[in-house]
Design a protein around this ligand. Structure first.
Ligand code: NAP
Length: 391
């Protein structure tokens, strides 16, 4: 998707709306490959009815059905087809890879996991299968390889995968918190037949404790092959988030990074700055202070690698840091300017109408004499510098 100067935020359309070209031509194209299924024991008397379906029930990996294929249904009132089950290889099985796996498994997808560390037990506990060797992982021919490794290690991890062992048109997706970097990395490293969807679920284990409903899911379909099976696989992948109730936001990677510096990186930076102050709960916490404490918790529970990645791999982050510094300086300046005004008033206001000659000494000092009683040349002259005091 080409970058656009304007922000294009819109809800992800239901996948059937975006399918091309027209239902008729789709039908004709697919008719050549249609597969007839008859349910065992179906009543012969019932008339069969043809219907083009958007999704085929068996897993993609089985190769025995084509997404979008025409199926023969026994009855008009039959249940809608179950959602497509995908075989998903989660590469990077740390905090976030495991967080995603919980939902993937709950939705009925098959999860294969791979990571630098051995997470065999954690994977088994989540209903996934762990592969220490990436060759074994790729030989399982996952439909989707989901990159959930740290931003900093993404390049070396992608380059270490034996891509030649994958199916020729595998879908690669990532969940890195920056987007232009993985887009360019995947475009450069993957064969042209591979599909690429760059995503950023804008939530994590801390912020999505009550489910994903209403939380933003940013995605950019960087490359999805123009064929129904690949289109359907991409839709099935996006459906994972759509069906959890995520707010689907289709946006270019460049737009994401511009927004994310001013939102996510800002949030993390403020959280980490506040963490340096070692804030404690007190008996008189205000609501605002409570939210600061929560901010520290939420941001510092992520790894420093993650935060560092937001800085290193988003070109907009440096400017955000500069603006943050400018903002702090501007606020301080306003405070100190006000303070100086008060002090100057105290120091020099008597010059207009000194009521008590003693004030002359206390507030302004002896115009001609220092504390040590000696005259010095740059002491304020009450008579001549009256206007300076109000500057
Ligand atoms: P992270 O610190 O960003 O990444 C940890 C993962 O990276 C682990 O799987 C770890 O593998 C792997 N890793 C780190 N260094 C590596 C290296 N040198 N070689 C190979 N693998 C390495 O923490 P995270 O929270 O799990 O995030 C994972 C990804 O999800 C990141 O790209 C992050 O931006 C994205 N994300 C996170 C959140 C969130 O809320 N946490 C939200 C949205 C997106 P081992 O554990 O095997 O060492």
């Amino acid at each position: 998707m080409a970058a656009s100067p304007s922000v294009r935020l819109h809800h992800h359309q239901p996948s059937s709306w975006r399918r091309s070209p027209t239902p008729t031509s789709n039908l004709q194209f697919l008719a050549a490959r249609c597969r007839w299924r008859r349910l065992p024991g179906a009543a012969a008397a019932r008339p069969l009815r043809l219907r083009a379906t958007g999704a085929a029930p068996p897993p993609f990996g089985s190769n025995d059905s084509l997404p979008g294929a025409i199926e023969v249904e026994e009855r008009e009132d039959q249940h809608p087809p179950p959602p497509q089950r995908l075989k998903i290889a989660v590469v990077g099985f740390g905090n976030y890879g495991q967080f995603l796996t919980r939902t993937l498994v709950a939705q009925g997808h098959t999860v294969l996991a791979h990571s630098r560390s051995d997470y065999s037990a954690a994977a088994a506990g989540l209903g996934a299968r762990f592969f220490p060797d990436p060759h074994d992982l790729c030989e399982c021919h996952p439909d989707v390889v989901l990159l959930a490794t740290s931003i900093l290690s993404a390049e070396s991890v992608v380059r270490s995968l034996p891509l030649h062992r994958l199916r020729r048109d595998t879908l690669f997706a990532d969940v890195l918190s920056v987007k232009e970097f993985p887009k360019n990395l995947l475009l450069g490293a993957l064969p042209e037949e591979f599909d690429i969807i760059c995503t950023h679920p804008m939530f994590g284990p801390e912020s999505a404790g009550n489910g994903w409903a209403g939380l933003p899911f940013v995605f950019d379909e960087v490359r999805v092959g123009d064929c129904p099976a690949r289109r359907a696989r991409a839709d099935a992948f996006l459906k994972i988030f759509e069906s959890e109730g995520c707010r689907m936001v289709e946006m270019s990677c460049a737009e994401h990074d511009a927004h994310a510096a001013g939102t996510q990186f800002l949030t993390h930076t403020v959280g980490r700055m506040l963490a340096m102050l070692d804030l404690r709960s007190t008996p008189i916490n205000t609501k605002g202070y409570e939210s600061l404490l929560r901010l520290v918790d939420n941001t510092c529970s992520d790894s420093f690698d993650l935060y560092n990645g937001l800085f290193m791999y988003n070109k907009n982050s440096t400017e955000l840091l500069n603006r943050l510094e400018w903002g702090m300086d501007a606020v301080k300046k306003k405070l100190f300017d006000g303070l100086h005004d008060v002090l100057r008033k105290q120091l020099f206001d008597f010059e207009v109408s000194p009521e008590d000659p003693a004030e002359l000494v206390v507030a302004g000092g002896d115009p001609d004499t220092d504390e040590d009683g000696e005259d010095d040349g740059d002491a304020v002259d009450g008579d001549e510098s009256g206007s300076e005091g109000n500057n």
